[in-house]
Design a protein around this ligand. Structure first.
Ligand code: AKG
Length: 213
């Protein structure tokens, strides 16, 4: 299975480059999103077929980068997790948009994971606040949430309106999930909105000045 190979690569080529410098380690984790096998995974025929068949996307386009979500109680993860949020205000794209989410390792009932609120997408946009880390909901004590269980490489397709959060954990384990957004270029309402997108490419033109101490 392809995602097991990605995990092995992460452990043997990425994690071994970790040092006590958490920001270096986070840069390394982000680079997993640029790995060619990971990019291939999010361009795979199976995924694209599923977007066409099950989501009804006619002309699939990737409207965001692949994003890494590392969750761990170690120095690098710092037990950080996204609170309950919805992705739509960070997209603003087509009416048939979805987020494809997966994990490079199995996710069980214990340890870090993903908590979703089934059916929450049917209520549109919940009350919340747009922040630098996403559209965070006012209500963070939601009943009837579900901790998803997936095997490495299984894909969860989420509506941009699905309420979800990272499940942090006191367990020593770590999770590394990956997500990517897809939209439908054939969407009429997006066409009328001139194909706007929340995503921009930014270039930090000062980074070349940062050197080793
Ligand atoms: O995997 C996670 O921890 C959270 C992912 C997430 O919230 C998202 O992709 O919007």
């Amino acid at each position: 299975m392809r995602m097991h190979a990605v995990r092995t690569k992460f452990e043997q080529h990425f994690r071994v480059r970790f040092t006590p410098d958490a920001s270096r380690n986070r840069n390394i984790i982000k680079l997993l999103a640029e790995d060619i096998d990971v990019k291939r995974f999010f361009c795979s025929e199976e995924l694209v077929d599923c977007l066409r068949t099950h989501v009804g996307i006619i002309e699939p386009v990737q409207t965001g980068p692949i994003v890494t979500h590392y969750t761990a109680g170690d120095l690098t993860g710092n037990n950080y997790g996204l609170p309950y949020h919805q992705d739509w205000p960070s997209m603003g794209t087509s009416a048939r948009g979805v987020i494809a989410w997966t994990s490079i390792g199995d996710i069980g009932r214990k340890g870090p994971g993903l908590r979703i609120v089934p059916g929450s997408q049917l209520r549109g946009l919940w009350a919340g606040t747009q922040t630098d880390s996403g559209y965070v909901l006012d209500d963070q004590e939601i009943a009837d949430a579900l901790d998803i269980e997936v095997e490495a490489g299984q894909i969860v397709l989420m509506s941009p309106f699905l309420v979800h959060r990272t499940r942090t954990s006191e367990d020593p384990g770590w999770k590394l999930s990956l997500s990517c957004r897809f939209d439908d270029f054939a969407c009429d309402s997006w066409d009328r909105r001139n194909f706007v997108s929340a995503y921009r490419t930014t270039v930090d033109r000062s980074v070349y000045l940062s050197g080793a101490e």
